[in-house]
Write a new protein. Structure first.
Length: 291
């Protein structure tokens, strides 16, 4: 007879439960965003813009390149760096505003217009997570457009105008080693200063099921802010307008950086954004979603 083991029976270990995937993963939402036609068209226009600028300069050139000037427009053909700066200067007031408003304002109402928003919330996807993911993807897409524009302008400008470094309207010159961190600072400031546009479009998008209504409202209110900022009678009150410091990034291209304008513009934009996004989350948590 075989000996009976006196070792006590070991308790069975519980099987590890499979990890449930998080609802509405960020990677999947990024893939959806990049696969949408309006996203591809937006980035396509960003790629087309420097080509249009080079073509316009070529058609309008009188063949007398004196290499001087007093504005970003006059110096746009000096080299690739100047072309990139001019493209940012020309697009800050409207084009970039439209792109940021489009990416953020279309995020939530697009789901409602497709009648998929209520199904997402029934998955279940917590409302707070849905807004956070939508806002994160809109922010990343906006940042990608802001980075792509100057980088592509540098490539196009290198082919069209050579490799000269940056020359400013006041005669200051920056080497490529000096310019690279300055351009990164410009893009970072533009992202922060335009974030209030994203927050505004996002708020309107939470309140409406019409994507064009959210985008158009944010663009319209930004234009109104620009108009008010152009009225000298308002005095120091203009500093509280969200668009007052939209061109303060130009201070980063001076020989000695002036931080006052960018600091003020960034703080006002962050303050507006915090208020607008807080209202967005509160209202969406109480909203009856029928679409």
């Amino acid at each position: 007879m075989s000996a009976v083991s006196s070792r006590p029976a070991q308790p069975r270990q519980p099987r590890p439960q499979p990890r449930r995937p998080r609802p509405l993963p960020l990677r999947a939402e990024i893939g959806r965003q990049l696969g949408r036609r309006r996203t591809r068209l937006s980035f396509g226009f960003v790629l087309l813009l420097p080509l249009l600028l080079v073509g316009a300069f070529a058609l309008g050139s009188d063949g007398n390149d004196e290499g001087g000037g007093t504005s970003f427009v006059d110096l746009a053909q000096v080299g690739p760096a100047n072309l990139a700066v001019f493209a940012l200067f020309a697009s800050t007031g409207f084009l970039l505003v439209v792109l940021v408003a489009l990416f953020a304002g279309d995020a939530v109402p697009a789901e409602a217009s497709w009648a998929t928003l209520r199904y997402l919330l029934a998955a279940p996807v917590p409302r707070g997570r849905l807004l956070r993911v939508k806002l994160a993807v809109a922010s990343l897409t906006s940042l990608a457009a802001l980075v792509l524009l100057p980088l592509w302008c540098l490539v196009v400008g290198w082919v069209a105008y050579g490799t000269d470094s940056y020359r400013g309207p006041s005669g200051e010159q920056l080497s490529w080693g000096e310019l690279a961190p300055r351009l990164a600072l410009v893009v970072a400031y533009l992202f922060v200063s335009l974030f209030f546009v994203a927050a505004l479009a996002f708020l309107v998008g939470v309140l409406t099921d019409a994507p064009l209504g959210a985008v158009g409202s944010a663009v319209l209110l930004t234009i109104v802010s620009n108009i008010l900022d152009a009225i000298p009678a308002l005095g120091d009150l203009r500093q509280a307008l969200p668009t007052h410091g939209q061109f303060a990034w130009a201070d980063a291209l001076q020989r000695d950086i002036d931080w006052s304008g960018m600091t003020s513009g960034a703080l006002w934009s962050i303050a507006y954004s915090v208020v607008l996004l807080t209202v967005s989350f509160v209202l969406f948590a109480r909203k009856d979603v029928l679409s």
